[in-house]
Each structure stands twice: as C-alpha cells, then as structure tokens.
Design a protein around this ligand. Structure first.
Ligand SMILES: NC(=O)c1ccc[n+]([C@@H]2O[C@H](COP(=O)([O-])OP(=O)(O)OC[C@H]3O[C@@H](n4cnc5c(N)ncnc54)[C@H](O)[C@@H]3O)[C@@H](O)[C@H]2O)c1
Ligand SMILES: [Zn+2]
Ligand SMILES: [Zn+2]
Length: 419
C-alpha cells in the first residue's frame, strides 16, 4: 500500500501500517580532478560499472561491503559518482525500526553529494562533470504538487509511487544476481548511483562536498521545518525536541528567523553544547524533571511556546511537543519519522487554537532550493561544519551506524569515493 494515499477507511490503513578525507580543493585541483573524471567518464559511459557499495541484505544486520553492478542511466537518468554522504537516522529507521522486510536488500544512504559520470538519452539539465546533490523528494516541475507553492510532495517521487518499501522499485543495482533496491530513490552508500534528472539538484562546482551533502537531507529538513513549515517569527519563543542533525538544523532555522528564545529538549545532555553553539538559549533534559516536559516548558514560558518542532520520530514526543505550545496560536511541527504507531492528543488542544502540522524535507522544492542553500553555506548564513562530528571511509559504515545508535555523534560523513 502507498503510505501517503489514504485507504477507504483510516482505521484499516493505520492498523496495517503497524578513506581518505575529502578536503577543500583549490580551483586548480578541482579543475584537474574534474578533467580526470571527464576522461574516466568517457571510458565508462554506456557501460555497466562494477563498484563498491554497502548492501543491507536484511533488517537488523550489519551492512556488507559488496561489489555491485550499476547499470548505465536510461532515458532521463543520470549516473553519479558519489563523493561523500552523511548518515541520517532514517537510514537506521529502515534498518532497525521500520519493519519493512520487503524493502530489502537495499543500498541505504540518501544524504549525498557527487559528480555526474554520464547521462542517459533525453537529459538536458546535466552533463558529465557537473556537481550535484541527489534528492529523495523529486521536483518534476509539472505535477499539481510541484506547481503549487505550498508543497514539495512531487507526485513522481518514490514517496508517492512506491509501496511501503521506502525505495524506488525500479533499481539500476544488482549484486550476486539479485536486484538491490535504491533506498529512498537515492542510495548514496555506493560509489555510483543512478537517478532520474527530476531527483537531482545541480550545485556550484566549488562546493565542499563533504559538507554540502548534509543539505541532501538532515540540515535542509530541520532548517526548512522551522523556516518554511512552522514559519517561525521574529521575537518568538521556540522549543526543539531532539537535538540530532535534524533538530540542531531546526534550532539554526529558529535562530535565523529571529526567535528570541530557543529551548532545546533532549534526553542526551551531550547534545546541549552544539545546540547552544547553533542558537539554543536554554537546554532541558526531560528525564531530570518529575513533571511532564510540557508543564516544565509551560512554566518556563508563561503558558507555552509559540512554535515547537519534534525531531525525534516518537509519537509520545510529538504529543508533548503539541502540548508544549501556547493555546490560541501555538504551532507544532512533526519532523521525526515513523509509520509504526498512531499519534493521539486531546481534541481541546486543537480546539483551543493550536495548529499541528508535519514537514517532509523541510518543505523545500529540492531542485530550486538546494543550490541556494549551498550558497547560504558559502556565505556563512547557515552552518554545516558544526554538524560533522566524524569522518570515515565507506567501509567503516557500520561504525558510523553504531555512533548514531549510541548517541555519540551528530553527523558522520562517509568519504565514499576517493578523488
Ligand atoms: N521529515 C523528514 O523529512 C525527515 C528527514 C530526515 C530525518 N527525519 C527524521 O528525523 C528524526 C531525527 O533524525 P536525526 O538524524 O537528527 O536523528 P538522531 O538520532 O541524530 O537524533 C535524534 C535525537 O533525539 C533524541 N531523543 C530521543 N528520544 C528523545 C526523547 N524522548 N525526548 C527528547 N529527545 C529525544 C536523541 O537523544 C537524539 O539526540 C528521525 O526520526 C529521522 O528519521 C525526518
Ligand atoms: Zn534523512
Ligand atoms: Zn512534480
């Protein structure tokens, strides 16, 4: 079943769904590297590429570095050499929490940046050597949703087309004679990947790929949830639940929107230092209080915050975030990912004038917005360096997953392909 299309009865629907580090390159180094890639490209275009990828053969098991075959791009598709990728909690969700057994084997990873190796017939927007960020939400530019200013839910994305496998069914990957799914349509834990041109953003050639890869998911998601979805206002009081990569980006969004007070909420106090560095004015650990966190926040803010953002992926926390908002005008945004449980709240919460909404990829239309976010990083308007706590080669991917599972990182960036 398509998880975004409501079935005939909501009840039925909800029950069912129970290496070497990449450093900043000089312009000359970058041009030499693009020239080398261009020559290599000529050699590989139109052929199957054998390369390394981290394959998730089944849920709850370590990823295995395998040699996979990546088919040439078909009509309107692009084959990309992935240079760097972040590891996001949604990768862990699919592997450990989501219970989508039919979504395996897959190559995970959806927060990447790379360089176009070759293009298929009919590709007009890209050429070999272009610097790009794969998008897990496409922007075809033609559908009802792309044309509507209020949504980024392009109807040609895997999110609307696929079933509950969290992947594009039509994959260009094989390994040991089996088709391997492209998780979230992207699969950046692979040296090469293939995407339709509607799911790729072209960015400036001198961007630092081991930083801007975070704009492929986590940072764009949290930042956009505050700026686009909550529409945080100047002077407002905000609370962000969950201070991982997504939550910290939401803190940064509240800061850039001019919030006067930003309260970070997390059960892991190790996250508080980064939260303060990115704009949090207060940090609260719900475990240190005997009262519900919504009451604690209500007392701290004379009746509740103007905006709250849930960046954990837990329905109980979503409820707390809503209850922490002020009645009358409070807005609460669900950003954390889960499709396992129903959420609930007392109707009076909404009757009393609060708004409860959700946000996917920060509400950004990726092809238009991601190149601008890259420029915002280059101008210093948004931070990315602060998010990267670890860097390692692709073959250490299981270590990066362990770091996130145990709350010891914000973002690990994997250097997927050596230059
Ligand atoms: N909506 C989207 O488009 C989108 C995109 C990317 C990620 N996500 C989701 O956003 C969530 C966060 O992703 P991330 O990569 O930042 O994950 P993360 O694991 O790095 O961060 C989650 C944080 O939540 C904290 N936390 C856990 N339980 C908590 C609780 N009860 N109260 C307060 N804090 C708690 C953890 O200590 C951690 O710091 C995940 O659910 C992920 O799947 C959604
Ligand atoms: Zn993600
Ligand atoms: Zn569209």
């Amino acid at each position: 079943m398509n998880w975004l299309t409501p079935p005939s009865t909501g009840q039925h629907y909800l029950k069912q769904r129970r290496s070497p580090s990449v450093s900043l390159l000089t312009q000359t180094e970058l041009q030499t590297s693009l020239f080398t890639l261009h020559n290599k490209t000529m050699a590989t275009a139109g052929k199957v590429i054998k390369c390394h990828a981290a394959v998730a053969w089944k849920p709850n098991a370590p990823l295995v570095i395998e040699e996979i075959e990546v088919a040439p791009p078909q009509k309107h598709e692009i084959r990309i050499k992935v240079i760097a990728t972040g590891v996001c909690h949604t990768d862990l969700y699919h592997l450990f929490e989501g219970k989508h057994e039919e979504g395996f084997p897959a190559v995970l990873g959806h927060e990447g940046a790379g360089i176009v190796e070759s293009v298929g017939p009919g590709v007009t927007d890209f050429k070999p050597g272009d610097t790009v960020i794969p998008l897990f939400i496409s922007q075809c530019g033609e559908c009802r949703f792309c044309k509507h200013p209020k949504s980024n839910m392009c109807e040609r994305s895997w999110t609307t087309l696929s079933t509950g496998i969290m992947a594009e069914k039509d994959s260009r990957f094989t390994c040991r004679g089996k088709v391997i799914f492209q998780f979230m349509g992207t699969s950046t834990f692979s040296e090469y990947t293939v995407l339709n041109q509607i799911s790729v953003a072209k960015i400036c050639d001198d961007a630092r790929l081991d930083r801007v890869c975070l704009l492929g998911c986590g940072v764009a998601t949290g930042y956009g949830a505050a700026i686009n979805t909550a529409q945080v206002t100047r002077g407002s009081v905000c609370a962000v639940f969950g201070l991982g990569g997504v939550g910290l980006a939401a803190v940064m969004g509240c800061r850039n929107a001019g919030a006067s007070r930003i309260i970070g909420v997390d059960i892991n106090e190790d996250k508080f230092g980064k939260a303060r560095a990115l704009g949090a004015t207060d940090c609260v650990n719900p475990k240190k209080h005997s009262k519900p966190i919504s009451e604690v926040l209500s007392e701290m803010t004379n009746g509740g915050v103007d905006f709250s953002l849930e960046c954990v992926g837990n329905v109980a926390v979503m409820r707390s975030a809503l209850e922490s908002c002020v009645r009358g005008w409070g807005v609460s945004v669900m950003v954390g990912w889960t499709d396992l449980d129903d959420f609930s709240a007392r109707p009076i919460q909404l009757i009393a004038g609060k708004t409860w909404k959700g946000s996917l990829f920060g509400g950004f239309k990726g092809k238009d917005a991601v190149p601008k976010l890259v420029l915002d990083y280059k101008s210093g308007r948004i931070n990315l360096d602060e998010f990267v706590t670890h860097t390692m080669p692709l073959d250490k991917v299981n270590d990066s997953i362990e770091l996130m599972k145990t709350g010891k990182c914000i973002r690990t960036v994997l250097n997927v392909s050596p230059k």
